[in-house]
Design a protein around this ligand. Sequence first.
Ligand code: DGT
Ligand code: CA
Length: 573
Amino acid sequence: MKSQEIAQIFREIALILELKGSNPFRIRAYERGAQNIENLGDELESLSKKGELRSLPGIGADLAAKITEYLTEGEIEYYVELKAQTPQGLLDMLDISGLGPKTVKLIYDKLGIDNIDSLEEAAKNGGLETLEGIRVKTQENILKGIELLRKTSQRTPFYLASDMADDFIGELKKIKDVKKIEIAGSLRRKKETVKDIDILVAAKKSETIMDKFTKLEFVDRVVAKGKTKSSIITRTNNIGVDLRVVTEESFPAALLYFTGSKGFNIKLRQLANKLGFKINEYGVFSNDDKNKLIATSREKNIFSLLKLQFIPPELREDRGEIKSALDNNLPKLIELKDIKGDLHLHSDFSDGEDQISDMAKAAGKLGLEYIAVTDHSRSLKIANGLSTSRMHEKIKQLRQVDRKLKSIKILAGSEVDILNSGELDYPDSILAELDFVIAAIHSGFKQSKEQLTRRIVKACKNKFVNAIAHPTGILWGVRDSYSLDFDEILKVAFDYNVALEINSHPQRLDLNDSLAFRAKSEGVKIVINSDAHRREQLELMKYGVNIARRAWLQKSDVINCFTLNDLLKWLKK
Ligand code: DGT
Ligand code: CA
């Protein structure tokens, strides 16, 4: 999406300007510009063509010209120059979570530190403490931020890679020689994060395809260019993309092979051997006559040949899926269309952007039968949490809207903070008025495993709590999950009939697949929610469903796949 690419560039410009100590109004202008265009999609291009960019809030002549420059030239010269004037190491330092441009500037100006390695050394030796405003705690946080950055910079979150892959597929499909094209690798398996994007093409000849691939506008640099495989790095987000071109005959076996995972491939090959076949990336061969290729036109034919149920890519992780497929016992995995409601979303009563009625109508358009509007509770001041009196006002308004809208049921809910004591942020008298209560930790992330576990356990025991939101607190690139005694949490969730959430926000995806799998095997129910803060974000649900599929979940495992009646019955238990 061009609008998102430009928004990202504007944000970087703002950061670099801040590093340079430029005029705050100018900095703010780029930040505002980024905010106002990032969700426009194709609308941005049509406005640019009509010369109407300046009708957008926050877009003056200067920013409008830069948007048009990017749309026509694929580059913004001012940005290129700014970057060239700034040491790369300083730009890298800006990627450290919790380290803002003001501090980077301070460290650079006073100590001359202009790269992450030197920063790490200085922080370890306490060398930053000489600076005003930098405390021992700040140094520790910088070191943690560096560690997190090193860990996350190797991988890309699914949603970014998936959008990027769609852009590549869209362009590659236009090439006449391309007979078949599929995404492979961890992206096809819908992993939360991927190392790179693997794309597989079937064609007779590969030269023109490789030429065009390596010259696409999304390409920053070419790492390798060959006849069967080429690799590039993308301009946005630095994602690696591998393109492999194979013959049409080999395509099904190659797709199977390059989808992986490696562990799954090994097990599958062993099974094939036992049955008298050899499979590799070129095809399926009979073992007695090595050169005899067994024709397969589709990947699923290979599974039939091996007398296996088709194993969806999401399950190919060597977690017992081959054995289940042999026994004809694979779960019927949940699909997006099985989701009947969304039980965690926000309205403008707290920190959402849209009114209750707009959220409800948008959810109805997506085919949902019910929603719970779960605004934040009173202690969460930064998210405009509701005081008890505003909560009463909200419930009243919500019931009115619900009576008017016939197409969808609106439940009164709250995302209630679990306080440090493990008590909830509202008295029982308020909780009793709500249809759905999802409890969450939003503070004290650095407490011990015992403390955090105790808080969640205590919340589960509250009779009004129906679910726990984003149970491990992970936020991609910002913070790791906190440590919890998950066995204990599963036990109490089961005993007290509390569902655990798979939060679909693409930076959360929490529970992850292996924890959700464990929850299912302990009989604990799951709820998959969008956590939308505006209408469009209701569509994030698909990312949560991906995780649920990787966790072997069926619709019976997930409470928001229930009909409204069944859900209400479940909530009463
Ligand atoms: P990642 O790390 O997120 O990119 O994960 P994958 O699974 O996409 O890994 P990648 O890109 O290294 O390789 C793509 C697929 O190719 C992998 O899932 C299975 C297959 N593959 C790669 N290397 C090997 C190998 O050494 N042995 C086998 N059996 N398969 C391999
Ligand atoms: Ca890969």
